[in-house]
Design a protein around this ligand. Structure first.
Ligand code: PBG
Length: 340
């Protein structure tokens, strides 16, 4: 029992040896009963890559187990994920041709639009079909927007292009569009365009707090993107030093009409996920990115760690931090394990 100096009882804390926290850890059933966080298949979204002009899926060397899909193999993979109960996929396109504006991103017959139609035809509303909305996979310079005079994306000129992409993706059947380019005003521009075209049901998952991270490395191989002149995205993605700024980004996106917000990357931003979860009332997603996946796979391949156990521990940590939705390249593997 504890007393503060005034002499009044303020707490009746039981301490060792009366209290033994290990009691509730003794058996698997006890641990299951008192688990504060539960990871389930319903939490997962699988990011998937589809490449134009291939007949067979192509492995991505830095991401063992992940491939660039052909249109046919993409459909098969989404069917498998649906069978496992995974509720969502996020589709990324790898086009044959690129240009300065990234026009393949809004071409009605562009690879992502075709793939979205294929997937929708196969699974309908069984799976939430999301489309990453950006230009970098489609531009010849690799930036997420059309270049201005200084070579960096011209913010406002890019918004107009994002609006076109949103319409093309919605028309192709995307349930959710997910702008990832970190242009100011992108959510508002997309919402306005969608509503103007009567697409009021298309939802927006905003990559709201997206950091300029070294952990996107393997993704660049996955989509064959190199930034011209060895450049980077620090002039539009967030500085990893900042957390308050993430709150500002999230508030801005919700004010502009985001239905859900995302924090990315996940593991190096657990504090940001927690802060965002505490301050908003929309679903919060977190993206365990390519580098996070690659690190687990590489260490497991060398026998340094137990890969599946490490993956599940990390996914659980992302959930515990506050993520309602987890985008992860482990989605299929995790779903197989979680279903037992
Ligand atoms: C941009 C985009 C990127 C990722 C998702 N959307 C690349 C970037 O911002 O450089 C990274 C995903 C990952 O690393 O898994 N279209």
């Amino acid at each position: 029992m504890s007393f503060y100096p005034g002499g009044r009882l303020y707490a009746c804390l039981v301490a060792f040896p009366d209290r033994r926290l290990r009691r509730l850890r003794r058996t698997p059933a006890l641990r299951r009963l008192v688990a504060e966080t539960r990871l389930g298949v319903d939490d997962l979204v699988a990011p998937l890559f589809v490449r134009e002009g291939i007949d067979e899926p192509r492995p991505i060397e830095s991401m063992p187990g992940v491939v660039q899909h052909s249109r046919a193999s993409l459909v098969k993979e989404v069917r498998t994920l649906a069978g496992l109960g995974v509720p969502g996929v996020m589709v990324f396109g790898v086009p044959c041709r690129r240009d300065e504006q990234g026009s393949g991103a809004w071409d009605r017959d562009g690879i992502v639009q075709r793939a979205l139609r294929d997937v929708k035809d196969e699974v309908g509303d069984e799976v939430v079909v999301m489309a990453d909305l950006c230009l970098d996979e489609y531009t010849d310079h690799g930036h997420c927007g059309v270049p201005g005079a200084d070579g960096q994306p011209d913010n406002d000129a890019t918004l107009e292009l994002y609006a076109r992409v949103a319409l093309a993706q919605a028309e192709a059947g995307a349930d959710v569009v997910a702008p990832s380019g970190m242009m100011d005003g992108q959510v508002g521009a997309i919402r306005t365009a969608l509503d103007g075209a009567g697409r009021t049901d298309t939802a927006i998952l905003a990559y709201a707090a997206k950091y300029a991270s070294a952990l996107y490395g393997p993704f660049r191989e996955a989509v064959d993107v190199a930034i011209a002149g060895g450049g980077d995205r620090r002039a539009y993605q967030q500085d990893p030093a900042n957390r308050r700024e993430a709150q500002a980004e999230v508030a801005e996106d919700i004010a502009e009409g985001a239905d859900m917000v995302m924090v990315k990357p996940a593991l190096s931003c657990l504090d940001v996920i927690a802060a965002v979860r505490a301050s908003v009332n929309v679903p919060v997603a977190a993206y365990q990115v390519s580098g996070e996946y690659a690190m687990v796979k590489a260490a497991a391949e060398r026998g340094y760690i137990d890969g599946p156990a490490a993956a599940l521990e990390q996914l659980l940590a992302i959930k515990r931090a506050g993520a309602d939705i987890i985008l992860t390249y482990f989605a299929r593997e995790a779903a197989e394990i979680l279903r037992g």
